[in-house]
Design a protein around this ligand. Structure first.
Ligand code: 13P
Ligand code: SF4
Length: 352
């Protein structure tokens, strides 16, 4: 679906960038080489006084390395918090660009490295700062809430930054105070929050190219084949998929639900990298990825984020050796973006 907030050329450029990212993914290392690479990466992290902060969607080797070396594997809210509070002088982000930018905004004194600086996010790309700022100027009576999956410039224009773990609660709280809001960029999450809270939300028309591909009708058929299965859905998915969910939540909330729910079979509608942590934390349970295309059709993403999949052990080693891919942010933008991010972290802390 086209985004009316964006020119068609911008839409085409998002699709083109995703295609390039898919093409640049490297084959996983052979088992014999893998152990040596893990060892080398761990030594480099220690030598550089660096901590590895990884998202659940990146490859399982990076997730394990992060945990084995005192870093973390987390959702985007916890990634922000962890990098900010950790004592290491270098934070290495295994994720996408906005995650590196958030880490740098919160910790300007630290060196923040992205394993892969070309790792984008379709939500971030679909919300250019200048167009978004004009949109906000047209609605001066509205509180501006932006999802963490945005650039530093967009965050600098916002009153609040949120992640999926706190979006619904925060909007409900602001709505109860009588506030009308702009929500950007994910229209599916925005629409879900609007339906849940009844808040007056004006939605930007962005989407995640991965979650957008989950198909309600095919999922419904799959559910019929597995009547006892519980369905876990990330709220960046279309409403027809969310409707079928037993639990809707952030990546961490879905992992916790998989452990706690009294079921041994789950269908999971979010990026497939999360299955590693689900299988690790609930080893006796069975997890099936939700369908991303019509029966028999060839899926485009197959629930794989092309940008998250650019992160791998070889690139981590190259980044640490070269000290390259440092995140830098204009100080004036950083100071403005820091305010709504701190609000998010504090709001999340109070609710934890
Ligand atoms: P979480 O905040 O739930 O980790 O989601 C981040 C993301 O990019 C989802 O696609
Ligand atoms: Fe962005 Fe979607 Fe990838 Fe998450 S899965 S980083 S929202 S493109």
């Amino acid at each position: 679906m086209l985004n009316p907030n964006l020119a068609e050329s911008d839409q085409a450029s998002i699709a083109q960038k995703a295609k390039q990212a898919r093409a640049s993914a490297q084959a996983p290392p052979a088992p014999a080489a893998r152990q040596a690479l893990l060892q080398q990466a761990a030594e480099l992290l220690s030598r550089e006084d660096a901590v590895l902060v990884a998202h659940y969607y990146v490859d399982s080797d990076l997730q394990e390395l992060a945990e084995d070396t005192g870093g973390c594997v987390a959702d985007s809210l916890e990634m922000a918090r962890f990098g900010f509070t950790h004592s290491a002088s270098t934070v290495v982000v295994a994720g996408v660009r906005f995650m590196g930018e958030t880490a740098k905004i919160l910790s300007p004194e630290k060196r923040v490295l992205l394993i892969e600086p070309q790792a984008e996010c379709s939500l971030d790309l679909g919300c250019p700062a200048d167009t978004f700022s004009t949109f906000c100027d047209q609605h001066p009576d509205r509180t501006v809430i932006v999802y963490a999956n945005t650039s530093a410039e967009v965050k600098a224009r916002a009153d609040w930054v949120v992640t999926s773990s706190i979006a619904r609660d925060l909007v409900a709280d602001l709505s109860a105070k009588g506030e009308k809001m702009i929500w950007a960029p994910d229209r599916y999450l925005g629409d879900y929050v609007k339906r849940q809270t009844g808040a007056d939300l004006l939605l930007w028309d962005g989407s995640c190219i991965v979650h957008e591909e989950f198909k309600g009708e095919v999922l419904s058929n799959l559910k019929k084949q597995h009547p006892r299965a519980k369905v876990l859905v990330h709220p960046e998915s279309p409403a027809s998929v969310i409707e079928l969910a037993d639990v809707v939540g952030s990546t961490t909330q879905l992992i916790v639900a998989a452990q706690q729910l009294d079921s041994s079979f789950f269908i999971v509608a979010t990026e497939e990298g999360i299955l590693h942590k689900m299988r690790q934390t609930a080893p006796d349970k069975t997890f099936l990825a939700a369908p991303t295309a019509g029966e028999g059709a060839t899926c485009v993403s197959c629930a794989r984020c092309p940008w998250m999949k650019m992160n791998d052990l070889q690139r981590l080693i190259a980044t640490l050796q070269a000290g390259s891919s440092q995140v830098s942010i204009d100080e004036e933008i950083r100071i403005r973006a820091e305010v709504p991010i701190h609000r998010m972290v504090e709001y999340g802390r109070q609710r934890a």
